[in-house]
Every structure is written in C-alpha cells, then in structure tokens.
Design a protein. Structure first.
Length: 454
C-alpha cells in the first residue's frame, strides 16, 4: 500500500480519541437493523446492483458481509493499518471479480457517510465531540474508498488482460480444424434430428440445436474466440429460430404427410446452411495467432481460468441456465512418485492423467493445469449429479493407468477429486474454495475417491 495512504491512516488513528471512536462504534451497533434495511434497499433499488446480486440468499449474504465489514471498520480495537489495508484491498479485488458496477463502489461509501453524519447530529454529544466524530467518519471512509478503488481498478485491468490473453490463446488453435469440427457438428445434429424423427414416428421431443455440441460451443467458447463479432449474434438468432419455431413445427408434423415433413426438414436445412455460411465468414476473417498451452500436459494454463469462470457465472443469470461444475483433481502421493522414481516418471504421470481427463469430457468443457499436480475442469451445463458421474468416470480411467518403470515394474496412479456445483456464487473464488475443501476431504478419507463440496 502506498506510503502516503499509510501515513494518513496512522495520523487519523493517532488523533482520534478512544471516546470518539466509541461514539462511532456505538452508532453502528445501536442502529444495526436500520443499517441492514437501508443497505438491502440500496442493493434492490439500484438496477445494476439488483441484476448482479439477485434475490434471496445472495442478497442476504451481501447484506451480512456489509454489516460485518462495517463493524470491523469502526471497531476501536482495530488499530492495525496493515489489516485495514489488506481487508479493503481484498474487497476491491472481489468487487472486480464479481463485476460490481464502477459507480457502486463510491456511491455506497457516500451514502454510508451521510447516514453516519445524520446519526451523529442526533447524538447526545458535545460540539467538539461531534466535530471530531464527523472528521473521523469522513477520513475513515475516504481512506477505505481510496484503497478499495485502487484495488478494484487493478482487478478490472487484470481481468481485461487475462480475457484478451485467453482470446489470443483460442485464436492460436488450428482455426481450419475448428471450423470443420463445428461444420461437422452442425451436420451431425441435422442428421440426428431426422433420424430421431423417423425412428419415433413424429416424436414429441426432438433434440434442440442449443443443446448440441455446436450449440454448447457457440454459447460458451465462440464469444471468446471471436470477440465483438456481429455475425455471432446473427448465428444465435438463427439457432433460436431453429429451436423455437422450426423444430417444434416438425414435432407437430403428421408422419403420414410427407410434404409437410419435407417442407419442415427443408426449412431447417436452409437455416443450417445460413449458419454454415456465416460461420465460414467468421473463421476466414480471423488469422491464427501462436499462443501456448501448458507445455507438459497441453491443458489450458490457470491464467485463463478467471475468464472462463466469470463467463459461466454470468451465463447462470439467463433463463435457460442449467448450472456448471468445477472438478479439482489432485494426484495422490505425487511427491512420493517424484522422489522415488524421478521427475521424468512424474512428468509421464502428469501427461497420462491429463490425457485421461481430456478423453473423459466433452470438447466444450474446459481443462486447466491448476498447479503442480493439480488439474481443474469446468463442466458446462452440468448439475452436481452429472458432475459426480463425470468425476467418477475420470477417477476410474486414471486408476487403470499403468506407467512402465525403468526396472520393468509398473506404476499405478490414482487421484482425489473434489466436485463443486455452482450454488449461486457471484465470486468464482468461493467455488474454488469449496472444490479445494472437497479435495482435502477426499484425501483425508483415504484418497482415490471423489467428494461433493458442501
């Protein structure tokens, strides 16, 4: 923290008497219910904040954390500048991760100061005590705001850099291959749609394009790969038309009326052709940019993880949201593997685990090298039950690994996995913390197992 701010804090604490501090402290505790109601009303009354925070548990949690912060801030025993700066810094970082509107940072502090000044004016204190208390409140919250805003701006800038880096990384993939993969996914969905229709004789439940491999790619990865590309919105409109109008029309078609079926299938094929045309234009307009993955495992590096998780959290606010899961994997006794068999064998173990993971998930999921022997997976459009199934599949696949050793023996590898399903968190760090705790519990329970996060 800049020395100037530290000096201002120390000066404020030194010149504020214990009695003045107690006056301010008492106001918070005596009017806690009013403060809670006012802050809740503030969150609900600001359209940007209301859409961010939502209702129910999140709203209550935000209000509770605000009150805890207020009590700590005015606590007469809290005289450590380092702790004060650290807490304000953490709050600023969290606001940046959550996507707090810039105006909300300063507006809330301004409203708090006015609330304090009004209650101070009504307090039974001397004129000098009133002046001292007002000076303390204004100084305290101004310093808190300055520290928080500096951290917030750094967080926003950092997130922007990481988002751009991730976009460049995706551009570094083989775009020609990716284009063909998505074209093939579209064709496969079209064939599958007609096959399902004829097999079920005018089934009432035909597959939707948004739920296909192409739809998942379009919803979760395309926006990063082709940032601010207007043709993506046109493609999304066509997908909405296919799922909202044309597929339901085919579901209603009479199996005996061949002309009705031919017309419905033909209209769907026209829209798929239009999507392919737009898709070709997007891919051809972008050049390939060299960018790396983790060189050992070929998984994404963790620097791209915030971009992915923040995007997934934002997607959960849409009506069609179905959740997502974070899987955190830790290779059991990895240090022993390195110490006993050497780092070359350890590297083979890491690559083998990464390959097993990649083969066990969808192409639309995200896989990261999280740490030394830790891997992380983001399963999109996935609830806890599905996340546990995928985690068990990965665990079982890895347990089958048999790595050859120089002496002719073979090494078995196992992993412990924590599964954290999205539970309305606004800050992705809270999801990671739950996954980390679940991995710890899996280790404590004997390793080579999966545990669902609480």
């Amino acid at each position: 923290m800049p020395e100037r701010i530290a000096r201002e804090w120390n000066s404020l604490v030194e010149r504020t008497s214990t009695e003045t501090h107690e006056i301010v402290y008492a106001i918070v505790h005596e009017h806690e219910d009013e403060l809670r109601q006012r802050y809740r009303a503030y969150l609900e009354g600001d359209p940007d904040l209301a859409s961010l925070v939502g209702e129910g548990a999140n709203l209550a949690a935000f209000t509770t954390r605000f009150l805890e912060w207020m009590k700590k801030l005015v606590d007469p025993r809290a005289t450590s500048g380092q702790i004060f700066f650290s807490e304000q810094d953490s709050i600023g970082e969290a606001m940046a991760r959550i996507g707090f509107p810039p105006h909300a940072v300063s507006r809330s502090i301004r409203k708090i100061k006015l609330w304090f000044l009004r209650h101070l004016a009504e307090a039974d204190v001397s004129r000098q005590q009133l002046v001292d208390a007002m000076a303390f409140v204004i100084g305290l919250f101004d310093i808190a705001l300055e520290v928080r805003e500096e951290s917030y701006q750094k967080g926003v800038a950092s997130n922007a850099r990481v988002n751009e880096a991730y976009r460049l990384h995706l551009l570094g993939q083989n775009l020609a291959m990716e284009r063909e993969r998505q074209r093939a996914a579209l064709m496969e969905w079209g064939h599958g749609l007609l096959a399902t229709f004829y097999q079920n004789a005018a089934s009432s439940e035909l597959p939707r394009l948004w739920k296909s491999e192409f739809g998942l790619w379009l919803n979760h990865k395309a926006h990063i790969l082709f940032e601010r590309e207007p043709k993506l919105e046109l493609i999304k409109q066509l997908v909405n038309k296919v799922d909202g109008e044309l597929v339901p029309a085919l579901e209603r078609a009479s199996f005996e009326d061949r002309s009705q079926i031919r017309d419905g299938a033909g209209r769907i094929e026209e829209e798929l052709s239009a999507i392919k045309f737009l898709l070709n234009g997007i891919f051809e307009a972008h050049i390939e940019v060299e960018s790396g993955r983790d060189p050992l495992t070929q998984l994404l590096t963790r620097r791209f993880m915030p971009s992915v998780l923040m995007r997934e959290i934002q997607l959960q606010k849409t009506p069609a949201a179905t959740g997502f899961c974070v899987l955190l994997l830790d290779i059991d006794h990895f240090k022993r593997i390195n110490d006993t068999h050497g780092h070359k064998v350890g590297d083979v173990a890491l690559r083998s685990v990464a390959t097993a993971m990649t083969e066990s998930v969808r192409q639309t999921d995200f896989l990261f090298r999280y740490g030394g022997e830790e891997m992380l997976i983001v399963l999109v459009e996935c609830d806890e039950a599905m996340g546990m199934q995928v985690a068990e599949k990965i665990r079982a696949q890895i347990a089958k690994l048999s790595i050859p050793l120089a002496d002719g023996d073979r090494l078995a590898v196992t992993v412990s996995i924590g599964v954290a399903a999205f539970k309305e968190e606004l800050d992705y760090e809270r999801i990671l913390a739950r996954a980390d705790k679940a991995v710890y519990d899996a280790k404590e329970a004997g390793r080579n197992r999966i545990v669902a996060a609480a």
